[in-house]
Design a protein around this ligand. Sequence first.
Ligand code: NJP
Length: 253
Amino acid sequence: SGRVALVTGASVGIGAAIAKELVRSGMKVVGCARSVEKIQKLAAECQAAGYSGQLVPFKCDLSKTEEIESMFASIKAQHKGVDVCINNAGLAHPEFLLSGKTSGWKNMLDVNVLALSVCTREAYQSMKERNVDDGHIINLNSICGHMVVPKADAHFYTCTKYAVTALTEGLRQELHEAKTHIRATSISPGVVETELFQRAYSENPEIAAGIYAHYKPLEAIDVANAVIYVLSAPPHVQVGDVMLRPVEEHSVN
Ligand code: NJP
């Protein structure tokens, strides 16, 4: 399609699945993360599979604002700019409010909230300077962005995802006031089987075992398919949020 998409956190999990599906659909995708070698491997897989798009790996530590800004400058120089920005990178340190580490909370704020906001601003500026009116900004939110899950050790994570809900809605209002047709969407999954999920429960394997005993978690491809749906909606349709949950997830939360 000739459009350029940025996918943050494209090295593993949901971001890797989204990057792959967008390349399959013909887009040029800049995929960023710290472990750029994993994205290089994914790019080679996409090429070997004969996908019509292209995956361009980019090394970026999103907790450093200056690295995000130089990434956008490089995208401008090499690919003119972005038409689609998928703010997927995010982390979940399972830490209680009564005992968690400040460094873990700060890390979540830096990536889940600050980097998402910096990427949103830079993506919008890139679209504006090229008069791109059909751009799209998609934020990876969570079920935790809509409710405080009981008995969870993820209240600070939940706070960062409530921020994503506020930022997505705020973005929609600002885009309207700026008289553009650029769309803003958030995608809110329940448990998805990725490294994030495995890491979050590595110290509490009984919680993970409880989840597997009760239901099958979502897979990264399920979330990637939601992104494809959101991007293929007709221009007058703005999908505000897609909430995706494993069947029966509610029964144990
Ligand atoms: O996470 P994971 P998921 N700079 O851990 C990157 C949300 N979500 O795919 O840098 C740059 O497998 C990291 O790359 P690397 C969740 O909140 C998930 O599960 O190489 N990149 C990797 O590519 C998040 O927003 C579940 O380590 C950084 C990626 O982020 C999104 O879905 C449920 C970075 C994380 O891959 C993707 O999560 C839900 C940095 N400083 C919402 N730090 C779920 N899995 O259950 C991290 O409701 N990354």
